[in-house]
Design a protein around this ligand. Structure first.
Ligand SMILES: Nc1ncnc2c1ncn2[C@@H]1O[C@H](COP(=O)(O)OP(=O)(O)OP(=O)(O)O)[C@@H](O)[C@H]1O
Ligand SMILES: [Mg+2]
Length: 345
C-alpha cells in the first residue's frame, strides 16, 4: 500500500488504491473555536465531529467547522495561507496535525511510503516553503509514514499527463496559490508558484463590491461560470474581472520564468489546467485564448482541463508513492535473488 496526500490551503485530501479503485478522504483545512457549553457538548457527542477540547474552549476542525461557526455565530479560521502554514495563526500546527492524522489514518505497516504535495517557492513573494514542508514531514513521520514531498505542479503531471510520457505543462489553480511545472519525460525542467489563487479572486471581488468574502466564495462555487459576459456591477461581474486578471498574471509569470530559465524553444507540449479554481465552465477556453496571445516561446499543442480538478494533486502524489514502492519491492527481490545465488555457490 502507498498513500498520496494533497495538503492545500483549503482542502486536504488523501488517496489510496483499493483494487481498481482509488479511495479519497477529504477535509476542509479550517477550524472554529467555540466556548465549551452543554449545547456544544451535546452536538459534539452526537456525531464523529473532529475536535480538540482545551480547558473551556473547543476547536471544531475540518468539514464541520463551517456548520459550527454558523450555529455559534463565529468565524472559521484557516491554518494555511497562500499555500503554506500561516504565520498569523498560533493554532495552525495542532489543527493541521489533527486533520492530517484523520485523512491519512495509520500506516498499514511502519514506514509505508507516502508522498505529500508541497508548493514551489513563489516568484512574487518572499515566502519560503521550507518550514512548511519540514513541519509536514515531521507530522507524517510521527504517524509512522515514510514521507516525501512532491512538487504540486509535478503531481499534476503524474496524474494528468501519463499518456503523454509525463511531458507537458501542469498548472494547479488552488485557493492560496497557483503552481506551475514544466516536465520533460518526468523530469521537471521548470517549476514555480505565484501567491495568488481562488482566495485572492474572492478577496478582490469582495472589496470591489462590498460583499462579505464568504458570500463571494459561495456565489463563485455555486453557479458562477466564465462562459458568458456577466453584467458589470454585480459580484459575478467582479469575479469575471479578477479571474481574467489572475490568468493574465499567471501567464505573465510563466513568460518571465521561461525566459529566465532558458527553456528549450523547440518544445511542443500540452497544457493541463486543474485545481478548484479551474472548476467554472469556460475556464479552459479563457486560459487557451489568453495563453495564445501571450507570446510563449514554445508551442502549446493543446489546453485541457482535468476531469476531477480537486483530485489531481492527491492522485499524482499517489502515482509517485506507488511507483516508488514498486521500485523498492523489485530492488528487494533482486537482492534476495542475489543472496540466494551467492549461498548456492
Ligand atoms: N465549483 C467551483 N467553482 C469555482 N471555484 C471553486 C469551485 N470549487 C472550489 N473552488 C475554489 O477552489 C479553491 C480550492 O481549490 P483547491 O482545493 O485546488 O485548493 P488548495 O489545494 O486547497 O489550495 P492551494 O493549492 O492553493 O494550497 C478555492 O478557492 C475554492 O473557492
Ligand atoms: Mg492545491
Amino acid at each position: 500500500m502507498a498513500t498520496g496526500l494533497d495538503v492545500g490551503t483549503m482542502n486536504i485530501l488523501s488517496s489510496e488504491q483499493d483494487g481498481s479503485e482509488t479511495v479519497f478522504i477529504q477535509q476542509r483545512n479550517s477550524f472554529v473555536e467555540i466556548e465549551y457549553s452543554d449545547m456544544a457538548e451535546q452536538m459534539l457527542s452526537r456525531s464523529d465531529v473532529l475536535h480538540i477540547r482545551k480547558d473551556d474552549q473547543v476547536y471544531v476542525v475540518g468539514d464541520d467547522a463551517l456548520s459550527f461557526a454558523n450555529i455559534f455565530n463565529k468565524e472559521t479560521r484557516r491554518p494555511m495561507q497562500q499555500g503554506i502554514l500561516s504565520s498569523d495563526e498560533q493554532s495552525a500546527i495542532p489543527m493541521m496535525k489533527l486533520i492530517i492524522e484523520q485523512v491519512v489514518g495509520d500506516p498499514e505497516y511502519p514506514g509505508e511510503r507516502l508522498y505529500f504535495s508541497s508548493p514551489a517557492d513563489p516568484m512574487d513573494s518572499d515566502l519560503s516553503t521550507l518550514y512548511h514542508q519540514k513541519t509536514l514531514e515531521s507530522f507524517l513521520l510521527d504517524i509512522g509514514y515514510d514521507a516525501e514531498p512532491i512538487n504540486e505542479g509535478m503531481a499534476v503531471i503524474y496524474s494528468e499527463l501519463a499518456d503523454n510520457s509525463f511531458t507537458g505543462l501542469g498548472i494547479s489553480f488552488g485557493a492560496g496559490m497557483t503552481n506551475v511545472c514544466l516536465s520533460y519525460y518526468a523530469v521537471p525542467v521548470m517549476k514555480f508558484s505565484v501567491a495568488r489563487g481562488g482566495d485572492w479572486v474572492d478577496e478582490q471581488a469582495s472589496q470591489a463590491t462590498g460583499t462579505p468574502v464568504d458570500k463571494v466564495t459561495t456565489i463563485k462555487e455555486d453557479d458562477f461560470n466564465l462562459d458568458f459576459e456577466t453584467d458589470i456591477g454585480g459580484v459575478e461581474g467582479a469575479l469575471s474581472i479578477y479571474y481574467e486578471n489572475l490568468l493574465d498574471y499567471v501567464i505573465e509569470m510563466l513568460v518571465q520564468e521561461v525566459d529566465q530559465e532558458d527553456v528549450e524553444e523547440n518544445l511542443d507540449v500540452p497544457v493541463v489546467v486543474t485545481g478548484g479554481t479551474a472548476s467554472p465552465d469556460g475556464f479552459e477556453r479563457l486560459f487557451r485564448d489568453h495563453v495564445e496571445d501571450a507570446g510563449i516561446p514554445f508551442d502549446i499543442s493543446s489546453v485541457t482541463h482535468a476531469d476531477e480538478p480537486l483530485y489531481s494533486v492527491t492522485r499524482g502524489a499517489l502515482v509517485a508513492a506507488r511507483s516508488d514502492e514498486d521500485e523498492r519491492e523489485s530492488d528487494e527481490q533482486q537482492r534476495e535473488a542475489e543472496t540466494a545465488e551467492a549461498t548456492e555457490d
